[in-house]
Design a protein around this ligand. Structure first.
Ligand SMILES: *[C@@H]1O[C@H](CO)[C@@H](O)[C@H](O)[C@H]1NC(C)=O
Ligand SMILES: *[C@@H]1O[C@H](CO)[C@@H](O)[C@H](O)[C@H]1NC(C)=O
Ligand SMILES: *[C@@H]1O[C@H](CO)[C@@H](O)[C@H](O)[C@H]1NC(C)=O
Ligand SMILES: *[C@@H]1O[C@H](CO)[C@@H](O)[C@H](O)[C@H]1NC(C)=O
Ligand SMILES: *[C@@H]1O[C@H](CO)[C@@H](O)[C@H](O)[C@H]1NC(C)=O
Ligand SMILES: *[C@@H]1O[C@H](CO)[C@@H](O)[C@H](O)[C@H]1NC(C)=O
Ligand SMILES: *[C@@H]1O[C@H](CO)[C@@H](O)[C@H](O)[C@H]1NC(C)=O
Length: 926
């Protein structure tokens, strides 16, 4: 949405750069359903002092409260039908106060949504409201040219009038440093300053060439400043003690409607009807940035130091920006001395002072803070020299080097950035895109000694210190240079945001927007090189790893890179694996590591300092493993606490050393997983036995199958109670004992379908029938009997009939034929009775699967036919088969319950053909 960002940051303000990549909350005022619709103009905005709320009043008479953290509308007030040009929070009363074109001031309780009061206050539109920070006062200004003071403790009585402006009074501001005075802005081209006790102005500031829309005070104590915005397209900074204009800010192409000082950063912002917001450096008054969100004319602004929030109301919506600044300018030396800036004040603390008591990980350290002095420039960067003796402060296009202890200036100059070399008092400054200067012992080195740096051939955007001097080019490459000769060591194609070097100058990490690279500098390859090309020396830099994490801050401890990432984790990296030490609820800057305490220290944006002990034993072990020093690693193992072992084992596992991981871990789950992945079946079994978890047994069974260990597979499936898999196992292996066992288990578990199938597969039709009857599946039972147990048909049909009668289905019951009464309806019935006897004797005969081939013909035997043939040859008349009636009873209106699973039917067909099955086919009808 950012349509123009004209500034290319003549000097790099860290917080301004972060405007570009931080939280840019953006929302239009949606309708009730929350859709992004373009709405009526926003005429005023205010930010709640403690809640993440923005109050926006609209031209259409509505007032909204938005939560900028959840980005949702939390409250709505329908004030009137006319524009509400002013609205403010009165947080200490849980109120909002509004001024609208119906001349009314209204007050609402924002918790209950109740209207507290409403009264007519002026004779013309109300333009501005101001709430007194301590007294029960609200000031209002109007097109009727007056300003009125209201006391809510006196029933909103108008206790004072301020007159003197010649035209509409557009803006009001109470002086935060002297709350008895306030300023007003008027279309009569003037700003007036008033005392609360006097109805006439104390003085008037003149200079704007057209009407003034807005006035605001500077909040800091160092300057008696006011800022105003006017229809002459300018904003002006005023000194109200000397009554003069300090600076005229130009650049807008339309009326300037609002302007202000950022409460914690040296920024002035101005907003205009030209649709843009301009950001100026409040020290140099240089333009830092121009923002345009394409939402039409900007009408109102509000700023809050709490979250560095800047809110803008425009024709078509509301914009909330978080102005970076999350990272404190703070530095720590290797002994734990911490120095930071608060505005221009420099403070320090020594974490040693906090060391007396036992420190807990993540707990805020109680620190004694000392004022060190101040800095003549607003510090955007502050950093110790490698030996800890100096501190450089960089900002506003300049640097100053101070002594770390006494805070005396040692050297200074102009610089957009500053970079220390490792282990020396060498440093570099970049003061333009073509000029990089090297210094040694605070003296500039002649550019002839480093010719490669005097003629870069590209535009330098940023420099980083360390073992090599790194320069990021505008084209996005990182150019590593030797400090001594200035020669290019290697060019790498990485758009670096930061570079961190390990102490020995060998390993370094290059942080980019979305990931970071770990690289190794091979100094000897550079020194040996005879010919240095445009890309430097190929072998001088080796790639080790790229990690897809957004690094916020980091440092090296030996060959371990430790860092905080954008999701507030404290991680470390060994080899190409990362591990989390802690996570935070807000962002933390890693200050560094103090070997004495074996702790890393971190600061949040309020400069609370916390620390974490490092799992050094683990890191060393991991490092040894990665170097292939296994003996050394195993010697270290006993010193690693048991509770850290699982973590180590995960590392080993990821490195493919599963056997070692198995030895190291103490975690049963992990042991089990490892046993499985190492195919150590007995161990897996043993662990599953201990844990008694069914899921584990299932996993063991899978492994056992894979290893053809059917005995263990069976045992595991039994333990896992996985009966369906057992059915598969038993039927595939023709295991009749198993099948019987399964039948019993199924019965106990009331798994009737499984019980049916296992009975069926083990040739126990009686049991099948019994089960069908028991489960009241009488139609199925009858059909089953007709097919497999003709002798039982009468009995089951009778039951079926009885049950139909019981449920008043007499007609259906009567239409069922019992073969004992209507044998003629059931073809071959008597023959099938004989076949049944034959088949049961065959069923009881067990055939070894080895003898299958001798019995293949039996599968196609037709018992009924055989009996018919036999009896014919013996001369006995077979049961009349003259009657071609259907054999299955035809039933009218009988709903045969068909929830007998299809699978069973299929099984039935299959199993009839199974090798163990009867060697004669039974009477079966389709
Ligand atoms: C302006 O205010 C100052 C300080 O309160 C006071 O001494 C002075 O008399 C005032 N001048 C006018 C003209 O009100
Ligand atoms: C350095 O210190 C001297 C005296 O201590 C002071 O006069 C000078 O202004 C300082 N310069 C800077 C850049 O801080
Ligand atoms: C810097 O100094 C440390 C300790 O004195 C040493 O171990 C390291 O090798 C040095 N690094 C470089 C790049 O010279
Ligand atoms: C550099 O040269 C030395 C001596 O000739 C040799 O021992 C070393 O291996 C070389 N290093 C590289 C990285 O080529
Ligand atoms: C931060 O670290 C955690 C744990 O390693 C990881 O899951 C996460 O993706 C990282 N976040 C970012 C933004 O890199
Ligand atoms: C009786 O059984 C024989 C032999 O299986 C068959 O051919 C015939 O069709 C059957 N009769 C009836 C009425 O089902
Ligand atoms: C298998 O067949 C052989 C030879 O026909 C016979 O001796 C043996 O008893 C049979 N085995 C079984 C278990 O039926």
């Amino acid at each position: 949405m950012v349509t123009s960002l004209t500034s290319h940051f003549p000097f790099r303000l860290s917080y301004l750069v972060s405007i570009l990549n931080v939280t840019l909350y953006f929302f239009s005022l949606g309708d009730q359903t929350g859709h992004q619709t373009r709405t009526e103009r926003v005429k005023s905005v205010d930010i709640h002092p403690t809640e993440p709320w923005i109050l926006a009043s609209l031209y259409n008479g509505k007032v909204f409260v938005y939560d900028y953290e959840t980005q949702s509308q939390v409250k709505t007030f329908e004030v009137c039908e006319l524009p509400v040009r002013a609205a403010k929070f009165i947080a200490r009363k849980s109120w909002i106060v509004t001024g609208s074109d119906d001349l009314q001031i209204r007050v609402y309780n924002y918790n209950t949504h109740e209207r507290v009061v409403g009264f007519e206050s002026h004779q013309d539109y109300i333009r501005a409201l101001a709430v007194h920070p301590t007294q029960p006062y609200v000031l209002s200004s109007s097109d009727d040219m007056s300003i009125k003071l209201w006391d809510w403790d006196k029933k909103w009585q108008n206790i004072q009038m301020f007159e003197g402006h010649q035209y509409f009074v557009m803006g009001l501001a109470i002086n935060p440093k002297d709350t008895n005075t306030f300023a007003s802005a008027s279309l009569d081209k003037t700003i007036k300053v008033w005392n609360l006790g006097s109805s006439v102005a104390n003085f008037t500031l003149e200079g704007h060439e057209k009407g003034v829309n807005y006035v605001e005070y500077y909040h800091g104590n160092d300057k008696p400043y006011l800022i105003s915005g006017a229809d002459d397209f300018t904003a002006r900074v005023w000194d109200y003690q000397n009554n003069n204009c300090v600076q005229k800010l130009t650049g807008h192409t339309q009326n300037v409607i609002s302007a202000g000082f950022h409460p914690s950063m040296p920024i002035i912002y101005t907003a205009s009807e030209d649709g843009s917001i301009r950001l100026y450096n409040s020290n140099s008054y240089r333009v830092e940035s121009v923002l345009n969100y394409g939402l039409g004319r900007v009408w109102a602004t509000a700023v809050s130091g709490r979250d560095n929030i800047l809110a803008f109301g425009a024709d078509e919506g509301l914009i909330v920006l978080a102005l970076g600044g999350d990272e404190p300018s703070v530095t720590m030396d290797s002994s734990g001395r911490v120095i930071w800036s608060k505005q221009n004040d420099i403070q320090s603390t020594n974490i040693k002072t906090a060391n007396d008591a036992a420190i807990t990980d993540g707990e805020r350290l109680p620190l004694v803070v000392k004022d060190l002095g101040n800095s003549e420039i607003y510090p955007q960067m502050i950093q110790h020299s490698p030996n800890g003796r100096f501190v450089v402060v960089c900002g506003d296009g300049e640097y100053i080097i101070y002594t770390a202890l006494a805070w005396r200036n040692k050297s200074f100059g102009s610089a957009l950035e500053f970079a220390w070399a490792q282990n020396s008092t060498d440093y570099a400054v970049r003061d333009s895109s073509t000029s990089i200067k090297l210094f040694r012992s605070f003296k500039e080195r002649p550019s002839t000694s480093t010719p490669a740096l005097s003629n870069l051939g590209y535009s330098a955007e940023e420099i980083f210190g360390g073992s090599l001097l790194s320069i990021r080019s505008a084209g996005g490459t990182l150019n590593l240079h030797d400090w001594e000769s200035g020669m290019l060591v290697r060019r790498i194609d990485v758009a670096a945001k930061f570079v961190y070097w390990s102490d020995n100058g060998e390993l370094f990490s290059v942080v980019t927007e979305d990931s970071f690279f770990v690289l190794r500098y091979v100094n000897s390859a550079f020194l040996n090189a005879t010919d240095i090309g445009v890309e430097g020396v190929e072998d001088a830099v080796e790639f080790i790893a790229e990690i897809q994490e957004k690094v916020a801050s980091g440092c090296w401890i030996g060959s371990c890179f430790i860092y905080t990432n954008a999701s507030n984790r404290l991680n470390y990296l060994v080899g190409d694996q990362t591990f989390t030490i802690a996570h935070f609820s807000s962002s933390m800057k890693l200050l560094g590591y103090v070997a004495r305490d074996n702790r890393v220290y971190l600061a949040d944006k309020d400069l609370s300092i916390v620390s974490y002990s490092l799992p050094l034993a683990i890191i060393e072990y991991q490092t040894a493993i990665l170097r292939g020093e296994f003996e050394m690693a195993s010697e270290m193992l006993p010193s690693i606490p048991l509770e850290l072992r699982p973590k180590l084992a995960r590392f080993l596992e990821a490195e493919g050393m599963k056997n070692l991981a198995m030895e190291v871990t103490t975690d049963v789950e992990q042991q089990f997983d490892l046993a499985i992945s190492l195919s150590r079946l007995d161990l897996a079994c043993q662990l599953a036995e201990q844990s008694k978890a069914e899921a584990k047994w299932r996993t063991v069974a899978d492994l056992a199958f894979k290893l053809f260990r059917f005995d263990i597979a069976e045992k595991s499936l039994l333990n896992a109670k996985d009966y369906n898999s057992l059915l598969m196992l038993y039927s595939a292996s023709g295991n009749i004992e198993g099948m019987n066992r399964l039948k019993k288990l199924a019965s106990e578990a009331e798994m009737s379908r499984l019980e049916f199938v296992s009975s069926f597969l083990s040739r126990k039709p009686e049991d099948c029938l019994e089960l069908l009857i028991k489960t009241e599946k009488l139609p199925e039972a009858s059909l089953f009997a007709r097919t497999y147990l003709p002798s039982k048909v009468s009995e089951t049909v009778q039951m079926w009939k009885d049950s139909l009668t019981k449920s008043n289905k007499d007609k259906a019951a009567q239409s069922l034929a019992d073969p004992s009464e209507y044998a003629n309806l059931f073809g071959n019935f008597s023959t099938s009775l004989e076949a049944e006897k034959l088949s049961s004797s065959i069923n009881s005969e067990r055939i070894d699967s080895k003898n299958y081939s001798q019995h293949t013909k039996d599968l196609s035997r037709d018992l009924v036919q055989e009996i018919i043939d036999n009896s014919q040859s013996v001369g006995i008349e077979a049961n009349s088969s003259a009657n071609p009636e259907p054999t299955v009873p035809v039933v009218e209106e009988v709903v045969v319950e068909t929830d007998l699973p299809v699978a069973i039917e299929e099984q039935t067909v299959e199993s009839t053909d199974s090798p163990k099955s009867a060697n004669k086919k039974k009477n079966k009808k389709k």
